[in-house]
Design a protein around this ligand. Sequence first.
Ligand SMILES: O=C[C@H](O)COP(=O)(O)O
Length: 248
Amino acid sequence: MGRKFVVGGNWKMNGDSNQINEIINNLKNGSLDPNAEVVIGVPAIYLAQVRSNTPKTIGVAAQNCWKADKGAFTGEISAPMIKDVGAEWVILGHSERRTIFGESDSLVAEKVANALQHNLKVIACIGETLEERESGKTEEVVFRQTKALVPAIGDKWNNVVLAYEPVWAIGTGKTASPQQAQDVHASLRKWLAENVSAEVAQSVRIQYGGSVTAANAKELAACEDIDGFLVGGASLKPEFVNIINAKH
Ligand SMILES: O=C[C@H](O)COP(=O)(O)O
């Protein structure tokens, strides 16, 4: 069976109640490709509101969560809390979490393990910096980041989407070329075949993220190993509908 196209909108720390209503109305009124799965990544404080105002056909994701279920972790939210308000997904290991908040590969893995244990679906982000790309380390970095996730995921790959987001392409307007993105996705699939299983390599969905817009989405979506997008800035705009519909 083919891999279902999956498009995530990561709102990051953007939006207020008015803007969120506009985004949701845009999705409700847009004619969305029924063959594409859609997930919106919402600031934690709006998760319950968005979940109750958004059609169930659209998944709702938190943008982060802690690795423990509860306790003295001021300011954090837990996987059980995300489930409790009805959201189904969590984005983990985003490069902004890794860079700004110092999240290591092993912390990201612990978070992934806990989220999966609570039956959340996970968008797990990986990707190299510009310096790493320019020094020829792209594969080394994304393989290292993925390797850290393997024991955390165990046999739960069905509940995981990988998001390849080159850090140099995030919010910069510098999209990876379709060939650059395809090359990394294909290498990741090969690595998964060699280090996890042929079945996982074939079935896991790998999103591309980094300055995806309605203008470049179709060409990227046509690549064999690109199974969707994780969209930042453009997911706040009406063009998000065109990105969702880019595959078909
Ligand atoms: O999670 C989304 C990525 O960080 C991409 O953000 P962007 O589309 O604004 O470049």
